[in-house]
Design a protein around this ligand. Structure first.
Ligand code: ADP
Ligand code: MG
Length: 279
């Protein structure tokens, strides 16, 4: 069980907006060698704006209905942008399925990242419209591309400072995202991260974490989505954003209540001080 010093550090962390589920996580935080970070909703606000789109009204209605069943920030942005559309007359009996790290599916309609449409007959027309540096979403039906959305997101200011602080303590920070290469590169540069991987599926995020662990490194992982949950559970220290999906929080030992990554750095310093007392 936790020592009084550890309990005191945990309560200090809690007062400062970071919840630790146990003493082990508080003690381990400052031993971290590498911190893997998700992008959307973690380094960025995840409050996307639809800046461009193309789709006829029938398709648009289907997309809105489908995205209403998703908790992803991209889905929220699309639903919000077209909230005045009347969804009367849609087939609402067919199940809608979420494919973590990729998109959504309902019958023969698919909504998601462009790379999920590589097997389509002629995906190029719409894909070519994609704005570089934005998150571009494709809509497909019966093996044909029938729509596209381009969305922009903003980096969290505190994330930039927190990344720099962790790096100055010798912690390597690495970005793992399911989004495309151009967005990954732009966000990595804005945040000050040189090491990033784009197009990650949930299992890819686990693989990166495991590879570090095999090299004997203590790996932290921070994220917010259902796509991050497996990697959060596999990391030595799983850290979830408070605004994240409940499965991300259940899979983590640490929760940043108000999503401020500087508060995580504060907790890192608490952990550091604690380990000096213990050792
Ligand atoms: P990140 O790792 O940056 O948090 P995700 O793994 O959650 O991103 O998503 C990866 C990509 O999958 C998104 O950039 C988007 O292209 C696509 N995607 C995920 N969920 C949805 C959704 N509900 N609707 C449309 N596209 C989605
Ligand atoms: Mg995310």
């Amino acid at each position: 069980s936790a020592t009084p010093a550890t309990l005191s550090a945990i309560s200090n962390g809690a007062r400062n907006g970071v919840l630790f589920k146990g003493g082990a996580a508080m003690e381990a935080l400052s031993t971290m060698d590498i911190l893997y970070s998700d992008k959307t909703g973690t380094l960025t606000h995840g409050d996307f704006q639809v800046v461009d789109h193309a789709a006829d009204e029938e398709i648009l209605k289907e997309v809105i209905y489908i995205e209403q069943q998703s908790g992803h920030p991209i889905a929220e942005a699309i639903v919000n942008r077209f909230k005045n559309l009347d969804l009367e007359g849609l087939d609402k009996t067919q199940p809608v399925e979420e494919i973590p790290g990729s998109g959504m599916k309902k019958g023969d309609i698919k909504v998601g990242k462009p790379s999920a449409f590589n097997d389509y007959d002629d995906p190029m027309d719409y894909m070519a419209k994609g704005i570089s540096g934005n998150t571009n979403i494709i809509v497909g039906k019966n093996n044909q591309v029938v729509g596209y959305f381009s969305l922009a997101d903003r980096v969290r200011k505190e994330a930039v400072h927190a990344v720099r602080n962790f790096q100055s303590e010798g912690i390597q920070v690495s970005l793992l995202t399911g989004d495309n290469e151009a967005v990954a590169e732009r966000v990595a540069e804005e945040v000050g991260i040189t090491d990033y991987a784009a197009g990650c599926l949930p299992e890819d995020k686990i693989r990166y974490v495991n590879e570090s662990q095999k090299k004997g490194k203590v790996a932290g992982m921070i994220g917010d989505g259902i796509n991050d949950a497996p990697a959060l559970a596999n990391a030595d220290i799983g850290i979830a954003m408070g605004s994240g999906s409940s499965i991300a929080m259940e899979s983590s030992e640490v929760v940043i209540v108000k999503n401020n990554l500087q508060k995580l750095f504060y907790s890192f310093k608490l952990s550091h001080r604690l380990n000096r007392i213990i050792m």
